[in-house]
Design a protein around this ligand. Structure first.
Ligand code: SF4
Ligand code: SF4
Ligand code: FES
Length: 318
């Protein structure tokens, strides 16, 4: 097949409006090797159905407005070629749905208010010194600092990571992956002057992430929000008056390191007891027993040989 040879595809869109609720609607059109999903939507809207609602602007993965679920995957429509999806799923049918978690306004258009509230909670801009603001000093970013921050500056506020994050749905006190990426970008910026304030905003929330890596998988700009959360946690020691969640998180890490130093492995049961205390552990064990999971917690593992070498590595890291 030459690059421009066309192929017919079926596009099924999950539509919604307040009056009718949601329903699936099917469209057929021909696409070629270069047809982006935003172009598919544009052609459906202009040639077949002007009532279809979606957002897109830049068509080049910059504005962050075309996030949606394509064949169930959170993706940017403009960064997705129709025939790549046909090839990946082995069928000429592509489904389009609004992003999860965000309230739907109409068809593929979602409400961004909650997302922006989270982003603005982390004060998403640089707060330079008074001298810099008055033009009396210049604060240059060193190349090594720029290298540290570069990846995390690439966020386009598309919301895909938030739509995929299980912790955002279950924990109202978790700021979410995009806000953490933005927050860390400024927490680690040596030109910023509100480090303490940022610690107070970010640390408790950073311990509420479950490290499921969904945000890492779906981000179209390789921002790695989960990496910024890990890096933010490393600043916990600089915060005074930590919340119980942050205290437990720190205790958990200390228990894991101690377990590896002692045995070369993570002994789950011991780590659990030293993190949560005996009373909580007993309660949770009863729950695990009732659900047939206790055997997984009590697995006894063989001792690691040459443990001195592991201790040496941990010593070097410390
Ligand atoms: S790794 Fe954390 S922030 Fe990322 S999707 Fe999972 S819970 Fe959310
Ligand atoms: S971190 Fe990635 S997925 Fe999340 S909003 Fe920014 S660009 Fe989108
Ligand atoms: S249209 Fe701008 S990111 Fe897709």
């Amino acid at each position: 097949m030459s690059d421009l040879q066309e192929q017919e595809i079926v596009v099924k869109v999950k539509r919604f409006n307040k009056e009718k609720g949601d329903w699936w609607q099917e469209y057929k059109l021909k696409v070629d090797r270069f047809t982006q999903m935003t172009e598919v939507l544009r052609r459906i809207k202009t040639e077949q159905d002007p009532t279809l609602a979606y957002r897109a602007s830049c068509h080049m993965a910059v504005c962050g407005s075309c996030g949606m679920k394509i064949n169930g995957e959170p993706r940017l429509a403009c960064k997705t070629l129709a025939l790549d999806m046909v090839k990946k799923y082995g069928k000429n049918e592509i489904t389009l749905e609004p992003m999860d978690y965000f309230p739907v306004i109409k068809d593929l258009i979602v409400d961004w208010d909650n997302f922006y509230e989270r982003m603005f909670k982390v004060k998403p801009r640089l707060y330079p010194s008074k001298e810099v603001l008055e033009g009396k000093a210049e604060h240059r970013l060193k190349p090594e600092d720029q290298r540290e921050l570069w990846k995390f500056e690439q966020c386009i506020w598309c919301g895909l990571c938030v739509s995929a994050c299980p912790s955002v749905r279950n924990d109202p006190d978790f700021l979410g992956p995009a806000a953490h990426a933005k927050g860390y970008r400024f927490l680690a910026d040596p030109r910023d002057t509100i480090y303490e304030e940022r610690l107070k905003i970010l640390i408790d929330s950073s311990w509420r992430c479950t490290y499921c890596y969904q945000c890492f998988n779906v981000c179209p700009r390789d921002v790695e929000p989960v990496t910024t959360i890990k890096k933010t946690r490393a600043h916990t020691k600089f915060l005074t008056n930590k919340t119980p969640v942050a205290n437990t998180g720190e205790k958990h890490i200390e228990s894991i390191v101690k377990s590896i130093e002692d045995t070369g492995k993570i002994e789950e049961a011991k780590v659990y007891i030293s993190t949560y205390g005996l009373v909580t552990t007993i309660k949770d064990m009863i729950y695990a027993m009732q659900n047939g999971k206790l055997k997984y917690a009590l697995i006894s593992e063989a001792k690691v040989k040459n443990i001195d070498q592991i201790r040496k590595i941990i010593g070097e890291e410390k």
